[in-house]
Design a protein around this ligand. Structure first.
Ligand code: CP
Ligand code: NVA
Length: 309
């Protein structure tokens, strides 16, 4: 009997398995029609506690393109929102669907779904991690630069879910990931420790610093994300003050390698974490990156939900 696998924390995955997803994503992107019955008759329950454009639409369209069905479930409308336990929700959805994707506030919620579901569970962003985003990000880097091993990426901004997944996935893929944050907004110590341990085996490298001058030189991808994530709206004004000096301006971007690209998971706030003349320039790869959510997630879905059920 095949045991189910989840993608709730990329740290649980072997580097070769993550590389295999990226390789399959490249094949699916090149020949999407060859995979149009890969998940025929299968369905994915998609739970959202928070807003989404890319994650919702790329998973829903991806399931359709693979011959299956994506079911959008707002937690506001589910009994979950009225207090039905996570464990019961996971068990019930496992009787109807072949997989569950969830965007939650707490990482513990998506982990609770995974523990109690008999079908694969995918993390579509939690307050701790955004593993599907990092798959798309490194697929974009692999396409543009031919590989990820030793690749120098510098993330500037909040040490948040996106930064955490860049650290973990990057370390698995042997990348050199620098994270530059204002004081007090560093990535979680345990994530940095996991990433460092992984990088020591993969040949990658991890740097956490408060200095743009230390993090940016040599970077071939400069990445940023919003200063206030979903759930931190009340801190937004104060954060604008605290993050001043950590905006990706054209001057900051010019400190990176001469062939550097600009990446952002989106949605972006022009004039806050990035200036319009960077994100809207020819060096920006943000829309290829957004497109790659579709291809990377289709590969993940085939990997987790493909084969006889
Ligand atoms: N990058 C990302 O996850 O976008 P959405 O919030 O629109 O899903
Ligand atoms: N860090 C952001 C990412 C959105 C895709 C958030 O959690 O809101």
């Amino acid at each position: 009997m095949k045991t189910k696998r989840d993608y709730v924390n990329e740290n649980d995955w072997a580097p070769e398995a993550i590389e295999a997803i990226l390789d399959l994503a490249g094949k699916i992107k090149a020949a999407p029609r060859s995979y149009r019955t890969a998940l025929s008759g299968k369905s994915l329950a998609m739970i959202f506690e928070k807003s989404s454009t890319r994650t919702r639409v790329s998973f829903e369209a991806g399931m359709f393109q693979l011959g299956g069905l994506g079911m959008f479930l707002s937690s506001r409308d589910l009994q979950l929102g009225r207090g039905e336990p996570i464990a019961d929700t996971a068990r019930v959805l496992s009787r109807y669907a072949d997989g569950i994707m969830a965007r939650t506030y707490a990482q513990a919620t998506v982990e609770g779904l995974a523990e109690n579901a008999s079908v694969p569970v995918i993390n579509g962003l939690s307050d701790l991690l955004h593993p599907c985003q990092a798959l798309a990000d490194f697929l974009t880097i692999q396409e543009r630069f031919g590989g990820t091993r030793g690749f120098p990426l510098c993330y500037v901004g909040d040490g948040n879910n996106v930064a955490h997944s860049l650290l973990l996935t990057g370390a698995k893929l042997g990348a050199r990931v620098a994270v530059v944050t204002p004081p007090g907004f560093e990535p979680a110590a345990r994530i940095v420790a996991w990433a460092r341990e992984t990088a020591s085996k993969s040949g990658g490298a991890i740097l956490v610093t408060q200095s743009l001058e230390e993090g940016l030189p040599g970077a071939r991808a400069v990445y940023t994300d919003v200063w206030a994530s979903m759930g931190q709206e009340s801190e937004a004004a104060e954060r604008v003050r605290q993050f001043e000096g950590f905006r990706v301006t054209s001057r900051a971007f010019s400190m990176a390698a001469s062939d550097a690209i600009f990446l952002h998971c989106l949605p972006a706030h022009r004039g806050e974490e990035v200036d319009a003349d960077v994100i809207d320039s020819g060096r920006s790869a943000v829309f290829d990156q957004a497109e790659n959510r579709l291809h990377a997630q289709k590969a993940l879905l085939v990997e987790l939900m493909g084969g006889a059920s």
